[in-house]
Ligand binder design. Structure first.
Ligand SMILES: Nc1nc2c(ncn2[C@@H]2O[C@H](COP(=O)(O)OP(=O)(O)OP(=O)(O)O)[C@@H](O)[C@H]2O)c(=O)[nH]1
Ligand SMILES: C[S@@+](CC[C@H](N)C(=O)[O-])C[C@H]1O[C@@H](n2cnc3c(N)ncnc32)[C@H](O)[C@@H]1O
Ligand code: SF4
Ligand code: SF4
Length: 332
C-alpha cells in the first residue's frame, strides 16, 4: 500500500516538474520539435529504407486523428513548437486531411511535411489552406534509371513536377538527397544546379546505419566531408548560421542557393537535439536510434503525462553506432 502511495507521489512530483519546466532534459536539451509518423506504409521502396516485401503495421493500430490531436495539444502545452508529419509516406494515410485539420485545431504553432512527393500535387490546396508551407521532399537522383534503381518506382517526372508546382505556388521547399557511393554520388553538382534553378535549398544526407540500411555495405557510405571536398571544386562555399538544434549545417554558394549536409554518422548532432518522435501506432520515442519508447495508446491523461516524463529521461547523450528497427516505422 505504502509503495503504491510512494509511486503515485513520485508520479505527481514528476509531472509537476514538466508542467512547470516544460520538456527540458537533464542535459539541458529542450524538446520543441515532434516528428509525427502517420503511417509506416509507402509507395516506394528506397533501398536504404525498406525491403520490397516490407511488412507493415495493421492500419487499425494507427492512432486516430482525435488521438493525435489530444496528445499533440498536451505536448504543445509542454513546449512543442513544431510538428513535422512523416512516415512512411504521410500522404498515403487515408485520414491525412482530418489529421492536418485536427492538429491545426489543437494549436500546433508550426506544421510541416516530409514527403516523397508522388502524391503531393492534389494535396497542395489543403496544405496551403492549413498553413503547412514547409515541405521537405526527398529526391535521390535526377536520372530516371538511378531514381528507379534506388526507389523501385518510376516516378521521377511526377516528383519533379510536384517540386516545381509546390515552388510555383510559394511553398518553402527543401530537397533531401541520401548520397550513396557508386549509386548517386556523381550527381552532387547536378542536384545543386537543379535546386539553384528552382531557388530552393538542397540537403545531402549521409546514409545512416538504421534498419534496412544496415544491410548495405559500408562502402556505400559517403561522408559530408567528402561531399564538401567534391563540391568545393565547383563552388565557393560559405558557411551559414543555423539554429543550434538544426539537423543540417549549411553553406551558400557565390551564385546563390543553399546547400546543407545532414551528417548524422560523421558529425552526430545529439548535443542539441530537440526532437521526439511518435510512431503511427502511438509509441513515443526520445531518439531515432533507440528501440525503446513508451506506448501512449489507451492511456489516461495522467498516465500520458507520466509517460512524457519517462521519455524525457530516455534521450541518450550520443547516438549508438547502428539500430535495427525500421526507419519508416519510427518516423524518419
Ligand atoms: N540522427 C538524426 N537524424 C535526424 C533527426 N531528425 C532528422 N534527421 C535526419 O534528417 C533527415 C531529414 O529530416 P527532415 O524530415 O527533412 O526534417 P528536418 O531536417 O529535421 O527538419 P527541418 O529542419 O524543419 O527541415 C531525416 O530523414 C533523418 O535522416 C534526428 O533527430 N536525429
Ligand atoms: C523515412 S522518409 C519518410 C518521409 C517520406 N517518405 C520521404 O521519403 O520523404 C524521411 C527521410 O528519411 C530519409 N532516410 C530514410 N532512411 C535513411 C537512411 N538509412 N539514411 C539516411 N536517410 C534516410 C529519406 O531519404 C527521407 O528523406
Ligand atoms: S525513404 Fe520515404 S519514400 Fe523512401 S521508402 Fe522510406 S518512407 Fe518511402
Ligand atoms: S540520434 Fe537521437 S539524440 Fe542524436 S540527434 Fe538523432 S534523435 Fe537526437
Amino acid at each position: 500500500m505504502l509503495s503504491l502511495f510512494s509511486l503515485e507521489l513520485a508520479r505527481m512530483v514528476a509531472t509537476t516538474v514538466i508542467r512547470t519546466q516544460g520538456l527540458l532534459d537533464s542535459q539541458g536539451r529542450q524538446i520543441r520539435k515532434l516528428r509525427l509518423s502517420i503511417t509506416d506504409r509507402c509507395n516506394l521502396r528506397c533501398m536504404y529504407c525498406m525491403p520490397v516485401d516490407a511488412a507493415f503495421m495493421p492500419p487499425q493500430t494507427y492512432l486516430t486523428p482525435t488521438e493525435y490531436a489530444t496528445i499533440v495539444a498536451e505536448l504543445v502545452e509542454l513546449g512543442i513548437e513544431s510538428v513535422r508529419l512523416t512516415g512512411g509516406e504521410p500522404l498515403l494515410r487515408a485520414e491525412f486531411a482530418e489529421i492536418v485539420a485536427a492538429l491545426v485545431a489543437a494549436g500546433v504553432p508550426q506544421l510541416s511535411l516530409t514527403t516523397n512527393g508522388i502524391r503531393l500535387v492534389p494535396f497542395l490546396p489543403l496544405l496551403a489552406h492549413y498553413g503547412v508551407r514547409r515541405l521537405n521532399i526527398s529526391l535521390d537522383s535526377l536520372d530516371p534509371q538511378t531514381f528507379a534503381a534506388i526507389s523501385h518506382g518510376h516516378h521521377l517526372e511526377t516528383v519533379k513536377a510536384a517540386i516545381a508546382t509546390a515552388v510555383d505556388q510559394g511553398f518553402q521547399v527543401k530537397l533531401n538527397m541520401v548520397v550513396m557511393a557508386g549509386v548517386n554520388d556523381h550527381e552532387l553538382v547536378s542536384m545543386v544546379e537543379y535546386a539553384k534553378g528552382l531557388g530552393i535549398e538542397v540537403r545531402f544526407l549521409e546514409l545512416m546505419r538504421i534498419g534496412y540500411a544496415c544491410h548495405l555495405g559500408s562502402d556505400r557510405f559517403v561522408s559530408a566531408a567528402t561531399m564538401i571536398e567534391r563540391l568545393r571544386q565547383h563552388y565557393d562555399l560559405r558557411p551559414v548560421m543555423r539554429p543550434l538544434d538544426s539537423t543540417s549545417f549549411n553553406f551558400e554558394t557565390a551564385c546563390g542557393g543553399q546547400i546543407g549536409f545532414i551528417a548524422s554518422e560523421s558529425q552526430p548532432f545529439c548535443g542539441h537535439c530537440s526532437r521526439w518522435r511518435l510512431s503511427a501506432d502511438g509509441v513515443l520515442r526520445a531518439c531515432l536510434f533507440k528501440e525503446a519508447g513508451v506506448s501512449l495508446r489507451g492511456l489516461s491523461q495522467r498516465e500520458r503525462y507520466a509517460a512524457y516524463e519517462q521519455v524525457l529521461g530516455m534521450k541518450p547523450s550520443l547516438r549508438g553506432a547502428e539500430v535495427h528497427h525500421a526507419m519508416h516505422q519510427i518516423g524518419g
